[in-house]
Design a protein around this ligand. Structure first.
Ligand code: ADP
Ligand code: MG
Length: 541
C-alpha cells in the first residue's frame, strides 16, 4: 500500500527505541545510577569525590547529594534521581537505600523479563508486594515516643554513621535530639516537625566539637554600627518590616529647591522624620531591633546613642525564624508599636566566629525555631558534618512523626522479605514470581552491608534468614563487628518512616520504568542540519 516507502511520522533526527530494547536501556541506565551509590551504603560505605565543571569538589557518601551532583542525562536515570530527592524531602535520610532498592527491583525484574514474564505482570506483582510491605512494616515497627530520649539519640547516631562526623557522633546526636524536641508540634497523639524550624548554619573553623545548639537564631550578619553595644542581655526584641530610612519614592516627587534656605529646611525636615522613626523604635522599649529593610545612618546614630542593638536588611526567612524563636510579632507600622509586638531572648550578641562576625539571638524561652551552628576544620568537613546533622535531624523527626522505629543493619529488610515470601505463597498466577522477586530485591540492603564489612554475603544471608525464621526479627549485619547481631540491642535503630518511604518510592519508580516500552526522543528544534556525511553524534547541539 505504501509502495514500500516507510511512512515517517517523526521529525528527522528523532530517535526511537521500542519493546525489549527500550526496557533494557532504561533498566541499564537506572541500574547504573544505583550501582554508583551502592558502595556508599552503611557505616563502612565509601565516599565519592565529585568534581563539577569549574573544578569545585564535593566529597560525600550522601546518596541524595551524589545523584544530584552527577547531573545525569538519561531520562530513566533521572527518575532514579527523583527517588532520592523525594526521599530527601520526605524523610531527610535513607536516600542511598531508596536508590539501591530501585536498582535492585529493576535487576530482579530483568531476570523475570528474560524468562518471558510480561512487564505488566511484574509491575502488578510489585504493586501488590509494595502494598503488603506497608502493612507488614507497621507490624514490625516498635513504638517510640518523645520521652524515649536514649532511643532517639540512637536513631540520630545511626543516621550519622559513615558521614565523616563519626568522632563527635554522640555530641551531635545530643544536639540534634534537643533541637527536634524544641520545635516538635504535638497534635493529640501525633507529632509533626517542620524542618524549616531547625536552621543549620555552618561556619568553617574550630572543631566538630564546637558545634552547638542555639535556642534561637544565628545570623550570618553584623550589627548596624560599631557604636552600638556588641551584646545586650535580656533585651526586648523588635522585628520590623518597614524601612528606617526615607525611601526614594517619598522624596522623588519633583521638588524644586530655589534657595539655600529652602534646602536647609528640606534637609531639616528629612532629619526630623528620621529622628521620629528612631524615637518610635526607642520608645517601644526595644533594646534589640531586627529590620528587614534598610536603616539610615542618622537612625543608626540615634539608636546607637540610646544603646540599642540593631541589625538591618535581615532576610525574610530569618525574620520568620526570629519571630518564632523570640515570640515577637513582625511589625509594619512604627506608629502602633505595642508591648505585645516585642519578643524576648536571654542574650543578643555579635561574636567573632573564625574571624567573621555573626549574630546570636540565644536563650529564647520557648523557641519554636532553633539553630544548629555546625563547625569543622575545613570546608569539606563542615559540609559533611552539615549533611550528617541534617540526616540526624531528619531521622529523629521521622521517628517521632510515625512514632515507630525498626532495627537497622538490614534486619528490617530481611524480616520484610521473609513475610513477603509468605504472602507470595497465598497468591496464584505469575504475579507470585514478581512478589518473590520483590522479596529478593529487598535483601540487597543486608547483602550490600555484609559486603562492605568484608563478610561472605551468601553465607550471611542464609544465616540471617534462618535466624529470622526462629523469630529473631532484629538480627542484622553488625557491619562494624563483621558478624550477625541483634541490631536493636546494638543501638542501630532507624525510623520506620525511612523504610516506608524508600519502599514506596523505589517500587513506584521501578513500576513506572517497567511499563515503558517505547522511548521517542525528538531532536532539538534548534539543531543545525547535519552537514552531509559530516560529524554524526554531535548529539543535541
Ligand atoms: P542512607 O542514605 O540510605 O541512609 P547510609 O549510608 O546512611 O545510607 O546507610 C544506611 C544503612 O546502614 C541502613 O540500612 C542502616 O541500618 C545501616 N547502618 C547504619 N549504621 C550501622 C551499623 N553500625 N551497623 C550496621 N548497619 C548500620
Ligand atoms: Mg543514612
Amino acid at each position: 500500500m505504501t509502495n514500500g516507502h516507510p511512512i515517517l511520522i517523526l521529525p528527522e533526527g528523532a530517535l526511537r527505541t521500542t519493546g525489549r530494547n527500550a526496557q533494557r536501556n532504561n533498566i541499564m541506565a537506572a541500574k547504573a545510577v544505583s550501582d554508583i551509590v551502592k558502595t556508599t551504603l552503611g557505616p563502612k560505605g565509601m565516599d565519592k569525590m565529585l568534581v563539577d565543571d569549574i573544578g569545585d569538589i564535593v566529597i560525600t557518601n550522601d546518596g541524595a547529594t551524589i545523584v544530584e551532583e552527577m547531573n545525569v542525562e538519561h531520562p530513566a536515570a533521572k527518575m532514579v534521581v527523583e527517588v532520592a530527592k523525594t526521599q530527601d524531602e520526605e524523610v531527610g535520610d535513607g536516600t542511598t537505600t531508596a536508590v539501591v532498592l530501585t536498582g535492585e527491583l529493576l535487576s530482579s525484574a530483568e531476570k523475570l523479563l528474560d524468562k518471558g514474564v510480561h512487564s505488566t505482570v511484574i509491575s502488578r506483582g510489585y504493586k501488590m508486594a509494595a502494598e503488603k510491605s506497608q502493612e507488614i512494616l507497621c507490624d514490625i515497627g516498635t513504638k517510640i515516643s518523645l520521652t524515649d530520649e536514649p532511643l532517639l539519640k540512637k536513631i540520630a547516631e545511626t543516621a550519622m554513621t559513615g558521614k565523616g562526623a563519626e568522632a563527635a557522633k554522640e555530641a551531635l546526636a545530643d544536639i540534634s535530639v534537643k533541637a527536634v524536641k524544641k520545635v516538635v508540634v504535638k497534635e493529640g497523639e501525633k507529632h509533626s516537625v517542620d524542618r524549616d524550624d531547625i536552621q543549620i548554619e555552618k561556619k568553617q573553623g574550630g572543631s566538630i566539637y564546637d558545634s552547638e545548639l542555639i535556642e534561637g537564631v544565628v545570623l550570618d550578619k553584623e550589627r548596624a554600627s560599631d557604636a552600638m553595644p556588641s551584646k545586650v542581655e535580656n533585651p526586648k526584641i523588635l522585628l520590623l518590616d518597614v524601612a528606617l530610612e526615607i525611601k526614594k519614592t517619598e522624596t522623588d516627587a519633583k521638588i524644586r529647591i530655589t534657595s539655600a534656605d529652602q534646602l536647609l529646611s528640606f534637609t531639616q525636615q528629612e532629619e526630623k522624620m528620621l529622628k521620629e522613626k528612631a524615637d518610635a523604635v526607642i520608645k517601644s522599649g526595644a533594646v534589640a531591633v531586627f529590620c528587614q529593610k534598610g536603616m539610615d545612618d542618622l537612625v543608626i546614630h540615634y539608636l546607637a546613642k540610646a544603646g540599642v542593638f540593631a541589625v538591618k536588611n535581615v532576610s525574610e526567612s530569618n525574620m520568620k525564624r526570629l519571630a518564632k524563636a523570640t515570640g515577637a510579632r513582625v511589625a509594619s507600622n512604627l506608629q502602633e508599636l505595642g508591648k505585645e509586638d516585642l519578643g524576648n531572648a536571654k542574650l543578643v550578641e555579635e561574636k567573632k566566629i573564625s574571624g567573621e562576625e555573626m549574630i546570636f539571638v540565644s536563650g529564647c524561652k520557648n523557641p519554636k525555631s532553633v539553630s544548629i551552628l555546625v563547625r569543622g576544620g575545613t570546608e569539606h568537613v563542615v559540609d559533611e558534618v552539615e549533611r550528617a546533622v541534617t540526616d540526624a535531624v531528619g531521622g529523629v523527626s521521622a521517628a517521632l512523626e510515625m512514632g515507630s522505629a525498626v532495627a537497622g543493619g538490614g534486619a528490617c529488610e530481611i524480616e520484610l522479605a521473609r513475610q513477603i515470601r509468605e504472602y507470595a505463597e497465598s497468591i496464584s498466577g505469575r504475579e507470585q514470581l514478581a512478589i518473590n522477586a520483590f522479596a529478593d530485591a529487598l535483601e540487597i540492603i543486608p547483602r550490600t552491608l555484609a559486603e562492605s564489612a568484608g563478610m561472605d554475603s551468601i553465607d550471611t544471608l542464609v544465616k540471617l534468614r534462618a535466624e529470622h525464621e526462629k523469630k529473631g526479627k532484629n538480627s542484622g549485619v553488625a557491619v562494624l563487628h563483621s558478624r550477625i547481631e541483634d541490631m536493636w540491642k546494638n543501638g542501630i535503630i532507624e525510623p520506620l518512616k525511612i523504610k516506608v518511604q524508600a519502599i514506596k518510592s523505589a517500587s513506584e519508580a521501578a513500576q513506572m520504568i517497567l511499563r515503558i516500552d517505547d522511548v521517542i526522543a525528538s531532536s532539538k528544534k534548534s539543531a543545525p542540519p547535519m552537514p552531509p556525511g559530516g560529524m554524526g553524534g554531535m548529539g543535541e547541539y
